[in-house]
Write a new protein. Structure first.
Length: 652
């Protein structure tokens, strides 16, 4: 056993140190080549060597013979062995006479010659990667030891792991690269990695998604050859630059900020906005408290970006710029109206990162679902905040995963985003799949500042807490009980009464009681709308075949809204076949046009749906909604009459 460990250590030392003053050598096998063919090939080789980072050339201490082969598959440009780089000879004539430089191809890099250059870089990257890896068995042991060290620390590691985890990772086995590439550590699985890559949107070449090895090789092509790579994939560009201590000189100027689509429900305004990381003051863990709904019994995890108003210096006052704040919320994209518990367990719903206005999120939870929100600042360095914002924008454009209520839910997705977005080692060992559990761990480990909630009044004033409207409704109901001697004790019991039964008390109300009635009846309307929404979820699609043909207009409007609104959570739909990664200025006009057209269509459909949607409800639910609206009109008329008759309105 000791001998085996010594042998492994010797291999590791050799891999890390290499031979001094050595480097990559690419001699050309000139057999059967004419002078012009040799010259064209050597020019290609020289260009590849000049394109590679100096550290790459120095570390890959190997002689790799370049050959033209006739036995490669027709669609293959090349492949590499241990000490050979083979190119497809059918491409040699075009390289020799120069036509390859103008001959277009369906491959990502455009021309045949550019694809040949990319192939040389791609295959050499494989050699670089493999040269610095151990054998598969040794690599597996190493990865397991490294993961156990991340979770447990150095204490308690098995004997065969001690001394092994200090090995420097290369590229395709580097945990940081895997996080950025789309194979993150699985939460709750003790360091295991995801097996499928869900960063499927806006990819330069889908081949990168097949394995970490191919991801590295494909992205090295773009890192070295595409001047816009740093703008399109800034996190990966930073990784490669830091790994090699070098970056290409030919780089495009990146526009400030990142394009995102605000998925707010105001279809009358443009959803396309620029997210500027310099204006983000802090990032909060935004937690919606649990309720009795099946999918919400553990709360909901979100991130709140505290964004300063234009022109305001970053500082605590930015917390008052609520209209500027955005919420990052992983949610199941439900494209068929129904929300099925079974589908949520089996991953039938896409998991997407929604960017929402804070005001909408506050209203959604506190007024409609009657759930309080806690906004707890995360203890992040300035660089962490900016990289997290950057990573959020990248994921917004690339990610389309599967939502599982119990294993890949909002908490799991948010933790993955925080890990890849900050590279904070403290986050690596966190392992909670529940929103409330993750919050507790973050607080206990000093990563979130829960002291902002110690003074409830101050927390409300400064926006660290947004209380459920339930307490306000109960306070108003206490006024009603006092003034009208109502038999109910809780506001929920009052709201559960039919609207017509509540109406018979209205004439007895004075100014104060009528004002309270108005507020509580508005709560009744929100409650009924939520029940109506749930009714649609239960019966809409299930009863489609049995519905009356008179519902076709409402049905069509709702179906079109569902079909057309998906782009708000998967913005890559707007730029299919155009570019990769974060959109650049050249794609901005198309983005504006496409999003504007979609938004105008959604606005028109929404207006149609407002007129027709009640036809989708059952008769009882529709009559109750109409009765509540009659109640609200009656209360307002009663208030107006009382005001005219007897002086000022005294609000409770």
């Amino acid at each position: 056993m000791k001998a085996a460990r010594a042998w492994l250590a010797a291999i590791a030392l050799g891999l890390l140190t290499g031979t001094a003053n050595a480097g990559l050598r690419l001699p050309l096998d000139q057999a059967d080549l004419q002078p012009a063919q040799r010259h064209a090939t050597q020019t290609l080789i020289d260009e590849a060597m000049a394109t590679l980072p100096p550290g790459f050339v120095e570390r890959l201490d190997r002689t790799v013979r370049v050959r033209w082969r006739t036995d490669l598959p027709e669609n293959a440009y090349g492949r590499a062995g241990l000490d050979t780089l083979d190119l497809n000879r059918r491409l040699l004539p075009g390289l020799t006479d120069g036509s390859a430089a103008t001959q277009r191809t369906t491959r990502p890099h455009g021309t045949v010659r550019q694809e040949l250059l990319a192939t040389v870089l791609h295959e050499l990257t494989h050699l670089y990667d493999r040269a610095r890896l151990w054998t598969p068995d040794q690599t597996q042991v190493l990865m397991q030891c490294r993961q156990r060290e991340q979770v447990l620390g150095a204490v308690g590691l098995p004997d065969h792991c001690r001394g092994q985890t200090a090995r420097r990772f290369t590229l395709s086995d580097d945990p940081r690269l895997l996080d950025l590439a789309g194979w993150p550590q699985r939460v709750g699985q003790r360091g295991e990695r995801e097996t499928l890559n869900a960063q499927v949107a806006r990819s330069p070449d889908s081949y990168e998604l097949t394995s970490p090895l191919e991801f590295v090789a494909v992205n090295m092509e773009y890192f070295l050859l595409d001047p816009t790579y740093a703008c399109r994939r800034p996190s990966l560009n930073r990784y490669f630059s830091e790994h090699f201590g070098w970056q290409p000189q030919d780089r495009a100027e990146c526009a400030p900020g990142y394009p995102i689509l605000n998925a707010g429900r105001d279809f009358g305004r443009t959803p396309l906005v620029t997210l500027d990381p310099q204006r983000v003051y802090e990032v909060d863990y935004l937690f919606a408290e649990a309720n009795d709904a099946w999918a919400s019994r553990w709360g909901h995890t979100m991130l709140r970006l505290v964004i300063c108003a234009p022109g305001r210096p970053r500082g605590p006052d930015c917390r008052l710029d609520l209209d500027e704040h955005l919420v990052l919320s992983y949610r199941a994209f439900v494209g068929d109206v129904q929300l099925s518990s079974w589908d949520g367990l089996t991953g039938a719903y896409p998991s997407r990162l929604f960017v929402l206005p804070l005001g909408q999120v506050i209203e959604e939870y506190t007024k409609v679902e009657l759930r309080s929100l806690a906004s707890i600042p995360l203890k992040l360095e300035r660089s962490d905040i900016e990289s997290l914002v950057e990573r959020s924008a990248e994921v917004h454009w690339s990610y389309d995963g599967d939502y599982y209520f119990l294993s890949n839910n909002c908490a799991v997705e948010t933790l993955k985003l925080m890990r890849s977005g900050t590279e904070r080692p403290e986050l690596t060992a966190l392992d909670s799949i529940m929103p409330n559990g993750l919050l507790e761990i973050l607080i206990n480990r000093g990563l979130a500042d829960a002291s902002v909630l110690d003074d409830p009044r101050e927390a409300l004033r400064l926006g660290y807490r947004f209380d459920s409207y339930r307490d306000r409704y109960q306070a108003m109901f206490a006024v009603l009980r006092e003034r009208l001697a109502l038999p109910q004790t809780e506001v929920e019991d009052w709201l559960a009464l039919p609207a017509a039964e509540r109406r018979r008390w209205f004439e007895q109300a004075d100014l104060r009681a009528s004002a309270a009635l108005l507020l509580v009846e508005q709560a009744a309307l929100r409650r009924e709308l939520l029940l109506a929404q749930n009714e649609l979820k239960r019966r809409y699609l299930g009863g489609r075949k049995q519905r009356d043909s008179g519902l076709d207009k409402a049905d069509g409007a709702l179906q079109e809204i569902l079909a057309n609104s998906g782009y708000l959570s998967r913005p890559a739909e707007l730029l299919e076949g155009d570019g990769y990664g974060l959109p650049q200025l050249g794609e901005w006009k198309r983005l504006e046009r496409e999003s504007g057209e979609r938004q105008a269509r959604l606005n028109a459909l929404n207006q149609t749906l407002d007129l027709e949607v009640r036809k989708l409800l059952g008769d009882e639910r529709r009559r109750e909604l109409e009765a509540i609206e009659v109640n609200l009109t009656g209360i307002r008329d009663h208030l107006q009459a009382l005001h005219k008759a007897g002086g000022g309105l005294v609000l409770p």
